[in-house]
Ligand binder design. Structure first.
Ligand code: PGA
Length: 235
């Protein structure tokens, strides 16, 4: 899964112009980011004209905080690459004015986007970034209350218990405008939500289901996560 997703991401980087890419944080993308970094370091992929923008962040945390998305970006990607991105924009979840931080993120994507590649994980509730259940699909960057499901799984990212209530995220409009979307999922715990997102109706009750309408979306899953997606007849 990780290798396939890293290759899809690399192939989405155009050779003839500047580009913009985005990866998620979390457990799922670790192997993908490692594989992508290896491709950068062995020269398979050229990111010298590529900008990187983070997908989301916990409100209250910055890249300095363990368990934050920004920290994930630095520890696993930016600081591991022998060749730097042209530039990167990491969301600050502790900005004094979070609305202004949303506008900064929007401005960056308007200036350098649209995204050439958006790699995404899927939450247990079907969220993309922090686009939680009920999200307005037309939104750009926004701050949102964390859903009960997100709060119930968030403990795995932090060694101490944190009282986090909000997330800041790229919006579905920005994700849907990406030239290529790559959704990755692994493990049997993701089988039900993957099935709902890609075999069920498009609904903001399952935010990832909107990707059914993306013109160039790849779903890359391991056998366990994909267990319910198997096509049982020839189509
Ligand atoms: P995970 O998170 O990779 O840690 O399961 C996925 C997500 O919430 O997007």
């Amino acid at each position: 899964m990780s290798l396939a997703a890293a290759r899809l991401a690399a192939e989405g980087i155009p050779g003839d112009r500047e580009s913009l890419i985005s990866f998620p944080g979390g457990d799922t993308p670790l192997g993908m980011v490692e594989a992508f970094t290896a491709m950068v370091n062995d020269g398979t992929v050229d990111i010298t004209r590529t900008r990187y923008v983070s997908l989301d962040e916990w409100v209250g945390l910055t890249e300095k905080d363990a368990g934050s998305c920004g920290r994930f970006n630095f520890d696993n990607l930016i600081n591991k690459m022998k060749v730097p991105f042209l530039e990167y924009h990491i969301i600050n979840g502790k900005a004094p004015d979070m609305n202004e931080e949303c506008r900064r993120l929007d401005g960056y994507i308007v200036k350098y986007g649209p995204l050439d590649v958006s790699v995404l994980g899927i939450g247990m509730n079907g969220h993309l970034g922090f686009n939680e259940e009920g999200v307005d699909f037309s939104l750009n960057a926004h701050v949102t209350p964390l859903s009960a499901t997100t709060k119930s799984v968030m403990g795995k990212y932090f060694s101490e218990s944190l009282d986090l209530e909000y997330g800041i995220t790229q919006g579905i409009a920005q994700i849907m405008a990406a030239r290529k979307a790559v959704l990755i999922a692994n493990g049997s715990h993701k089988a039900d939500i993957l099935y709902k997102a890609f075999r069920g109706p498009v609904t903001n009750a399952v935010p990832a289901s909107i990707l059914q309408e993306h013109p160039n979306c790849y779903v890359v899953a391991d056998e366990k996560a994909a267990a319910k997606l198997r096509i049982s007849k020839n189509v």
